[in-house]
Design a protein. Structure first.
Length: 395
């Protein structure tokens, strides 16, 4: 059985996180990802620790299922080779600051003339339009600008960055979705198009009930720790030996939780029997639940809650996540053999397709390691030509 995107070729000029995350998704699903890097230095992420035998674990986790070629786009011959490659691919992905590709003479309008079927995907901090279009940005910057940090953290605490680079990752996810949509549209129209993804826009898109609450109530949302702003009880509680997250998302689960903690009297209590009432009387209700949960261990509550169908989980540390039987059963931690780093583990593929499942086929590439095979396969170059170009500093 072929992989879902096996017939798609992608030129990947992106670096660090947002772009590489998008192309990793496409590569996992079968696309041929040709990672075009600057000579000598390569992707900035190659220089981010921690390292395994001198290879960046950060880079390896984001660049599997890709082939690497170096190319100096500032040299006329390098640009000529690049344009030849553009003619042969379906998608181009870059995450430079808007205007960078245009300065190189390789902007969307130019590449569209070279290949009218090309899907040109650009990921940037603020997008290709608007007053902020040329401003530089990183994940933490858009987390701050989007308001996400203002609603993250402990109650009455300082604004807090989300613990993973969610600004970059959501941009990568939305970019992959946009590319797939554009490919489907091309199937109907025969024409390529530009996919313009802004990290800031993506953060606004995932603020969900924070925006809804403000627009309805006029109150500016603030950090409230682990609890949900409009569902009660939906937060973490201390046990006798740790903490457990509990989510009673409807009145049926509320009743189950009351029975589980031995407080059936609370089920139809006039102050707590519906979610709006529980939310209104939160500060009166919380200690009643907390006092009961404090009496047993996390493991004991897990067993009780699981038996009664109440969503729950200990607050796992990363080492525990990697040992979790559900994580392992779904192949979310996989082993790969890297030519330099050796055997190592990386996150698996979260999209499970029944007929054309994704596959981790290749480890992350060493810088430029696929140069010769890409040039021979894609452009028909012979070894003598490649060696001459190498002497000219094109690679």
């Amino acid at each position: 059985m072929k992989l879902a995107l096996e017939n798609i070729k992608v030129l990947d000029l992106s670096r660090v996180l947002a772009g590489p995350y998008a192309t990793m998704i496409l590569g996992d699903l079968g696309a041929d990802i040709i990672k075009v890097e600057m000579p000598v230095k390569g992707d900035d992420a190659r220089h981010y620790g921690p390292y395994l035998n001198g290879e960046s674990a950060y880079f390896m986790s984001l660049n599997r299922n890709k082939r690497s070629i170096t190319l100096n786009l500032k040299k006329p011959k390098g640009k000529e080779i690049f344009l030849e490659m553009v003619k042969k691919v379906d998608v181009l992905v870059e995450n430079f600051r808007p205007g960078t590709m245009e300065k190189l003479g390789l902007g969307y309008e130019t590449l569209q003339e070279v290949n009218p079927k090309l899907i040109y995907a650009s990921i940037s901090g603020y997008g290709h339009t608007g007053p902020y279009r040329t401003r530089p940005s990183y994940d933490a910057i858009v987390q701050a600008m989007s308001g996400l940090m203002s609603i993250t953290g402990q109650e009455n605490g300082r604004p807090t960055r989300v613990g993973t680079s969610i600004g970059d990752i959501t941009a990568g996810l939305f970019a992959a979705i946009g590319i797939l949509a554009a490919l489907n549209a091309r199937h109907e129209t025969g024409k390529g198009q530009k996919v313009d993804v802004s990290m800031l826009n993506c953060q606004i898109a995932i603020l969900e009930n924070a925006i809804a609450r403000y627009l309805v109530t006029g109150e500016v949302p603030k950090p409230i720790g682990n609890r949900h702003p409009s569902i009660v009880p939906f937060e973490s509680f201390e046990t006798s030996d740790g903490e457990i997250m509990v989510a009673a998302g409807n009145d049926v689960l509320w009743a189950h939780l009351c029975k589980a903690i031995g407080r059936e009297d609370l089920i139809d209590h006039e102050k707590f029997k519906t979610n709006p009432l529980r939310s209104k009387n939160y500060w009166e209700l919380r200690p009643l639940i907390a006092n009961e949960i404090k009496k047993k261990s996390t493991k004991e509550w897990q067993e009780i809650f699981d038996e009664m169908g109440i969503p729950n989980s200990p607050i796992n540390t990363i080492d525990k996540v990697l040992e979790n039987p559900q994580v392992m059963a779904r192949n979310m931690i996989v082993e790969i053999d890297h030519p330099i780093a050796g055997r190592t583990k990386i996150p698996g593929i979260p999209i499970k397709l029944s007929l054309t499942p994704g596959e981790v086929r290749l480890p992350s590439p060493c810088l430029g390691m696929h140069r010769d095979e890409i040039l021979k396969e894609l452009l028909g170059y012979d070894q003598e030509t490649i060696e001459e170009l190498k002497k000219e500093g094109i690679f």
